[in-house]
Design a protein around this ligand. Sequence first.
Ligand code: MEV
Length: 328
Amino acid sequence: MNYRTNKVVSSAPAKVILFGEHFVVYSNPAIVAAINKRISVQAQVNDKSRINIKSGENSLSVPVISKEELITANDNSLLFLHPIFKCVKHILSEKDLLSVGINLDIDSQIPYGEGLGSSAASCVSTVAALYSLFSNRDRNLIYETARIMEQNIHTNSSGIDCYVSTFGGIVNFEPNKGFSNIRPKKKFTLLVGTTGVKHSTGEVVSEVRQFRQRNSSIFKDLSIKAHVVCKRAMNSIYEGNEMELGNMLTENHKLLSRLGVSHPKIEKLIENCLDNGALGAKLTGAGKGGAIIALIPNDISKEILTRISRGSGKWMLVEFDYDGVVFG
Ligand code: MEV
């Protein structure tokens, strides 16, 4: 198998789920957007049969034959490297290249375990960098491999995170129709706030599965409502109707709270946003901690950001990313 010996670089964006998380796992629609926070992976083959990963202060150097449990077992500080390690192992064995190793340098702007798709973006950027070593930059293949890796980490995941991280943009997912791009009629200003409370997507998804088993009629009712909210939100994006979009965010959040995936810190951040002029706010991603998004009026976004930032949480104004995974 031929491969490049020089360094290759690729990066992939974080995501926010605008509407429909959790319900999408059970065939409901969802709207997801890539945002301008990225993880970048620099990869190079080494002849030491070792996987060497460096990310800021953290580093890992292990023989290629090491098992994944090495990362998932004891050391929580290395957990964020799990998707990266998994992708490297998978691709080396797919290419039958177990006699070489890989050096990886990771540079991430995406907080780990906070609902912003760090695990999906790690899979997408690592798979892209490694395939690039074999001169293959096909986005569909990158998406398929990253999706399988992510689904292996977060059993039962829907695949939407990897899709939007690979292709970018604002994407509508319909269970029977697949993915389609949405072009908003006007610019929306989105604020992301993080609670600092880390969660495991896989665990929250299985808690929701148990909730659904125990409360099937409540779950069904919430799903129907979430479906309606998603459709109305879609129209308001197309029509550029900020007020309606904000209301739909808050409505979606109420449904997620009833599903049991909110958290006191999320509720506090949302209240702070709504009290200070946001048009609507909701948790984003798996919940039980993690991040929230708030829609704020374009013309006074800086003032509102200043007011909101006085409360707890870490805040950032984000832009939508239309590039998805990029090389170099
Ligand atoms: C996680 O970002 C979104 C969930 O809906 C799970 C999934 O869709 O895979 C909670």
